[in-house]
Ligand binder design. Structure first.
Ligand code: AVJ
Length: 315
């Protein structure tokens, strides 16, 4: 088996185990990490351009308006370490802002994508060492050894931290706090606001988000030979005020059985699969999230309407 085939079947096995475990629970769940196959990533790209999805463009404006200040957080000879870097689109704003840092460490789960991005960045930023790390950032990530002594600043934009349960998010921030030489952290979070705006951002009028979330069932069909009939599931996004999060679910339109990886999963009419949660923060709840991890919110950079925040954290 060649490397990529091997990687693919390892993913299939992990997907099968994870899906079966999740769908056998009393509250059925699928992990949002499975949303991002090729089609899912393309659909998410479309989401970021939707009129209702204010997050990406609002954060981009905050980063643009504060680029020099944020880049300046990285000390001379220091490193910027990013969780879930993808194509490092947002990072380029900081790298372009004249920060005189020595190294950039993008951490991402997708090895192929990360290698391509790293090559591109090396061509563009010849003065900066690009040191990619392939890892699932929800576990403790080992940084390159030769950068141990280097002062560093973390970067986790996009409100991706909002996908994580608060305990997991705090644990991740504690891991970053334990990096030798860490001096700060730049964290993008979406802010609590009226429920209409929030629900619209996750249930857009063109149905792109519905397709994005339903793609997880497509993926189970394609990669595991499951037989989900997508017309028998409806997408639902709701604001859960008590937990300050948007819940994204697929609701069974009828009682039905679905075959998956050699097993049968039964659904009642109206039974939901929870696929993703997107948590929203206030300045106070953000402080409560990061304080147990050893961070304090030094500055909260926001847009004029206070829709989104880029928090500067200090040890
Ligand atoms: C990429 C996790 C930030 O929660 O806003 C968008 C994912 N899901 N629409 C978010 C998402 C549905 C997105 N994050």
């Amino acid at each position: 088996m060649d490397g990529s085939l091997q990687a693919r079947s390892a993913t299939a096995a992990a997907l099968r185990d994870d899906a079966l475990r999740g769908l056998r629970q009393p509250q059925k769940v699928l992990s949002p990490k499975w949303l991002y196959d090729q089609r899912g990533s393309a659909l998410f790209e479309q989401i970021t351009a939707l009129p209702e999805y204010y997050l990406t463009r609002t954060e981009a404006a905050i980063l643009k308006d504060n680029a020099a200040r944020l880049a300046g957080l990285v000390p001379e000879g220091g490193a910027l370490v990013e969780f879930g870097s993808g194509a490092s689109v947002k990072t380029r704003r900081l790298l372009d802002a004249g920060g005189h840092f020595a190294a950039y460490v993008p951490i991402d789960i997708s090895a192929v994508f990360l290698a391509e991005t790293a090559q591109d960045l090396r061509r563009r930023y010849t003065e900066i060492e690009i040191a990619p790390v392939v890892a699932d950032f929800t576990a403790a990530v080992a940084l390159p050894e030769h950068l141990e002594a280097t002062p560093k600043v973390g970067f986790f934009p996009g409100s991706t931290i909002g996908n994580l349960p608060p305990e997991t998010a705090t644990a991740l921030m504690a891991h970053a706090r334990a990096w030798p030489g860490v001096e700060g952290f730049i964290l993008g979070v979406d802010l609590v606001k009226d429920s209409e705006t929030l629900v619209a951002a996750y249930d857009d009028s063109q149905g792109v988000t519905a397709d994005f979330i339903a793609n997880i069932l497509h993926r189970l069909n394609r990669e595991l030979g499951a037989d989900f009939d997508l017309s028998h599931f409806a997408y639902r996004a709701r604001w859960n005020a008590a937990a300050a999060r948007i819940d994204m679910e697929l609701v069974s339109r009828r009682a039905q059985n679905v075959a998956l990886g050699g097993a049968t999963i039964g659904f009642d009419a109206g039974e939901a699969i929870h696929v993703s949660a997107s948590r929203k923060y206030t300045e106070a709840s953000l402080a409560r999230l990061v304080q147990p991890a050893g961070w304090r919110v030094e500055t909260l950079l926001t847009d004029a309407a206070r829709r989104f925040a880029v928090a500067v954290l200090a040890p």
